[in-house]
Structure formats: structure tokens, C-alpha cells
Design a protein around this ligand. Structure first.
Ligand SMILES: [Zn+2]
Length: 334
């Protein structure tokens, strides 16, 4: 299993255990280092990736999330390693808005806002997940589609931004936050719309070739995890068993991503959530990481053996990326 708790030796060499700088402000020397890659890679940035929180008033989820935030912020004391510079939430922040009415959705976002304000002192950047989108399952949500906060408008307001996707530069890296959630009937598939593709291709093309780039999406761009969920069925023509992976599990525009990445080899990694499983695929020069779930099995227990956890994603000045999945000590409320 990739849930290694081993600290890569180079983390130790690069200051993971020795650093005296603070977790939040410790990146300045790394920015300088990023311009002069050294023989021993230096860590530029540590991201705590908290995905699939599925916050809800039930199942002690609020207490679980508080425990998780406290764990992230006390890493130096707990594990003897430096804390993260940023928390990046990977989507499905709340239990569900897609099929929830206004009152229920409001309750969940209010809980998120309060816990964040009271228990998190680190910068948060956020990815939109399918469960964060309001009202697409219209009948269940009581939505008409004409509400000013319909669809992604509400979650964008919660995240304090105009668009569900964005990019920014930090510590010598270019960081892209994608919006994987494309409408399909009254639900969704994993895909970028034409406007986002146009934006992404221009965004990545504008990055200097020497600047490593990492993409965060809610739905995996490439993943083997759906094969733990789907069963082969007979093909129409020959009865030969065929795996049919739904487009709600992985992006259906994988080929376009591969074409983009082959033009821009400075794209080093794609990080996702959604599957509540931990996985690493290294393919064609890109590392694909799927990072479990804060809520594990939607707060009811582990999911297929995957614990309640979050990932530390370390970005180095040579463009390499390392990930550790960390259990924060939560068990399902009884
Ligand atoms: Zn999801």
C-alpha cells in the first residue's frame, strides 16, 4: 500500500527535521533555492491536502474536522516534521449540496465557515467538488435553476472567488486549481468545459519552462481506483468481459490532458480526491496522486481499509513531488 509513513531521507536532509524556521514563513530560502537547483533537492513548499471532508452536522463530523485541523497544525510536535505552508482542500467540503435544499446547504456551509475561523490559522486554498455544487439534482434540492446562487455560484462565494478554477505561483512552483465538475443530466461527470480548457492551455503555456507545475482537481485525471468499484460486464459484440468506468469516477478528457502535458514537461503532478482511496501512479513523467479522505468512509469508518486522513504533499526545487498519507487519529463515532 502507498500509505507509507517513512520520511524520505531528503526531507530530513533538506530541513524536514532540522528546520528552525516557522511552518508558515519558512519558504523564503526555498524560493531562492528554486532558482538554483542543487544536487540534493530542497523542499520548496509543503501542502496539507485535506480532501473529501464531507462536513455535516451528524456523525461527529465537526469534531472530526477540528481534530484534523489541530493535527495538521501540530505536526512539529506530533511527528517531528515541519508543518505545512498551505492547506489545500480537495473538494467535497460539505456532505452534499447537489441534492440538498437551501436550508440544509446553508447549515453545512455555516458549519464549515465557523470551524475554519475558529480552528485553522493556516492559509486555505480550495478545490470545488461535486458535492459542493448546489441544486443540480433539481427536484431533490427544490431548485429551479434560476436562483442567483444556483450551481457553482454558491460555493464560489463560500471560497471567496469569482471562478471555480484559478492558478497562482508559490515558492518557485506554479499551482493550478481545476474545476472537474461538468454537468451531466441532473448530476455530473469529470471534465473541463471549453472555457476552462481554453484558460488552462493559455495558463500552462504562460509558465516559464523551468517552473515546475502541479495541478489539483477533485476528480482524478488518471486513476486505477475505479477498478476497485466496477465489475466487468460482457461486451455487446463478443461477450468478452469489459470494464466500464463511469465518467463520474475519472476525467473523460484524459487524452487532452496527456496532449497538454506532452507539450509542457514542466507539469510534474496531478493531485485529486473523490475516490476516498490512496493511490500513486507515475505515468509519462507525471505523478498522479489520489489522497484518501478526511471523512474516510463518509464518517462511518474506514473506506476499503483507507483511514481518516490527509496528505502531506512536498514540492521540491528539482520538480519532484513526494506524498505521505497521515492518519489523524479519528475513529467513527458510535
Ligand atoms: Zn467527489
Amino acid at each position: 500500500m502507498p500509505r507509507s509513513s517513512r520520511i524520505p531521507r531528503r526531507n530530513i536532509l533538506s530541513g524536514g527535521l532540522l528546520a528552525g524556521t516557522s511552518a508558515i514563513f519558512g519558504s523564503l530560502p526555498a524560493v531562492q533555492a528554486a532558482q538554483r537547483p542543487s544536487a540534493v533537492p530542497t523542499r520548496c513548499l509543503r501542502i496539507a491536502h485535506l480532501t473529501d471532508i464531507h462536513l455535516q452536522p451528524e456523525l461527529a463530523a465537526a469534531k472530526g474536522l477540528i481534530t484534523c485541523f489541530e493535527h495538521v497544525q501540530s505536526l512539529p510536535q506530533r511527528l517531528g516534521c515541519e508543518g505545512p505552508n498551505i492547506i489545500l482542500t480537495g473538494g467535497d467540503t460539505i456532505m452534499d449540496a447537489m441534492a440538498a435544499d437551501v436550508a440544509r446547504t446553508k447549515l453545512q456551509w455555516e458549519l464549515w465557515r465557523k470551524i475554519k475561523a475558529d480552528h485553522c490559522g493556516i492559509e486555505i486554498q480550495s478545490v470545488v467538488g461535486n458535492h459542493d455544487v448546489w441544486g443540480w439534482t433539481k427536484t431533490a434540492a427544490g431548485a429551479t435553476g434560476d436562483e442567483p446562487f444556483y450551481g457553482k455560484r454558491w460555493v464560489c462565494d463560500e471560497f471567496g472567488r469569482d471562478m471555480p478554477y484559478k492558478s497562482f505561483d508559490r515558492a518557485g512552483w506554479h499551482i493550478v486549481i481545476l474545476d472537474s465538475i461538468f454537468p451531466f443530466e441532473e448530476t455530473y461527470i469529470g471534465k473541463l468545459d471549453d472555457a476552462q480548457w481554453d484558460w488552462l492551455e493559455r495558463d500552462v503555456a504562460a509558465v516559464p519552462p523551468a517552473t515546475p507545475t502541479i495541478l489539483f482537481s477533485h476528480i482524478p485525471i488518471l486513476s486505477s481506483t475505479p477498478f476497485t468499484t466496477v465489475k466487468p460486464t460482457a461486451s455487446h459484440a463478443t461477450d468478452k468481459p469489459v470494464y466500464g468506468v463511469e465518467g463520474s469516477y475519472v476525467h473523460v478528457d484524459i487524452a487532452r490532458f496527456h496532449a497538454l502535458f506532452s507539450k509542457h514537461p514542466n507539469v510534474k503532478a496531478c493531485v485529486s480526491g473523490h475516490m476516498h482511496l490512496v493511490e500513486q501512479i507515475d505515468f509519462a513523467g507525471v505523478r498522479y496522486l489520489c489522497n484518501g479522505a478526511v471523512s474516510a468512509g463518509w464518517w462511518k469508518g474506514k473506506h476499503k481499509g483507507t483511514d481518516f486522513g490527509y496528505a502531506l504533499v512536498d514540492l521540491f526545487d528539482d520538480g519532484s513531488v513526494e506524498r505521505r498519507y497521515i492518519s489523524y487519529g479519528w475513529t467513527a463515532a458510535t
